[in-house]
Design a protein around this ligand. Structure first.
Ligand code: ADP
Ligand code: ADP
Length: 232
């Protein structure tokens, strides 16, 4: 497949946030994108918006998401490259939920190289598998923008209402226990391979995701500053 990002002339820093479902990628991406001035690009959010809007892409994606499977690469990659062509991506991007397999990682490398860019750093938020089910089954996200909360670990100030934008909170259908098990079973193996891809490129940084949210953010910011300062 020829990977092409489209209109954007150059792309700033590219950070790929890695982690299992429930590791805290969305939580951290929300904090980090503001602090670093990077566009937060989450493929799960893009798919949920397409499902909500009933677009052809949403109709394709829904069955896979409901079964906890990855959406096929052809549609996922096309959607991602289109998003990376939007003007805000020129300032740099924080990817959350992409790549999820090595084919996606390779396409991303090629597409960035075509713009004179590269992935600068891939921080890996590591959380043991036994913690993930509790994280996902207690997760609530907001309707407007997908801001994540947890009923015990990170509750909203007002129950059922997003602190950031005031929209209603809901539980994702794929966060029900049966689908959670399927997602972990299907996706953890390919996550390992993606982690290996970035380790081989020397840009993987592992952060302990079992710490408090604030501490995870500090560790991620330190790891990112370390690499982006030295690479310019
Ligand atoms: P989580 O935050 O729990 O890791 P996401 O919101 O990122 O989940 O993704 C939800 C679902 O959307 C995934 O289970 C999968 O079906 C689909 N999805 C998201 N990103 C990708 C991707 N890069 N490749 C294929 N499918 C994806
Ligand atoms: P991901 O995007 O990787 O699937 P989320 O950011 O949506 O993960 O987080 C999954 C759940 O875990 C949410 O309910 C979130 O509030 C909670 N969570 C995130 N970070 C932490 C943390 N450091 N400690 C405890 N719970 C957390």
């Amino acid at each position: 497949m020829t990977a092409s990002i489209g209109q954007v002339r150059d792309i700033g820093h590219v950070v790929v946030l890695l982690g299992a479902p429930g590791a805290g990628k969305g939580t951290q991406a929300q904090i980090l994108s503001g602090r670093l001035g990077l566009a937060h690009v989450a493929t799960g959010d893009l798919f949920r918006a397409a499902v909500r809007d009933g677009t052809p892409l949403g109709l394709v994606a829904k069955g896979y998401m409901d079964r906890g499977e990855l959406v096929p690469d052809a549609v996922t990659i096309e959607m991602l490259l289109e998003r990376l062509g939007a003007p805000d991506a020129a300032a740099g991007i924080l990817l959350d939920g992409f790549p999820r397999n090595t084919a996606q990682a390779q396409v991303l490398d090629e597409a960035l190289a075509g713009k004179g860019g590269r992935v600068d750093i891939a921080p890996y938020i590591q959380v043991p598998e036994q913690d993930l089910v509790g994280r996902l089954s207690g997760r609530w996200i907001c309707r407007a923008q997908g801001h994540p909360y947890h009923e015990v670990a990170n509750p909203p100030l007002t129950p059922g209402v997003c602190d950031v934008d005031g929209s209603e909170l809901y539980q994702r259908t794929d966060d029900q226990p049966a689908t959670v098990q399927a997602r972990l079973r299907q996706q953890l193996g390919s996550l390992e391979l993606v982690v290996g891809h970035y380790r081989d490129h020397g840009i993987l940084r592992t952060v302990d995701g079992t710490q408090q949210i604030d501490q995870v953010s500090k560790d991620l910011l330190a790891a990112i500053a370390d690499v982006t300062d030295s690479r310019g």
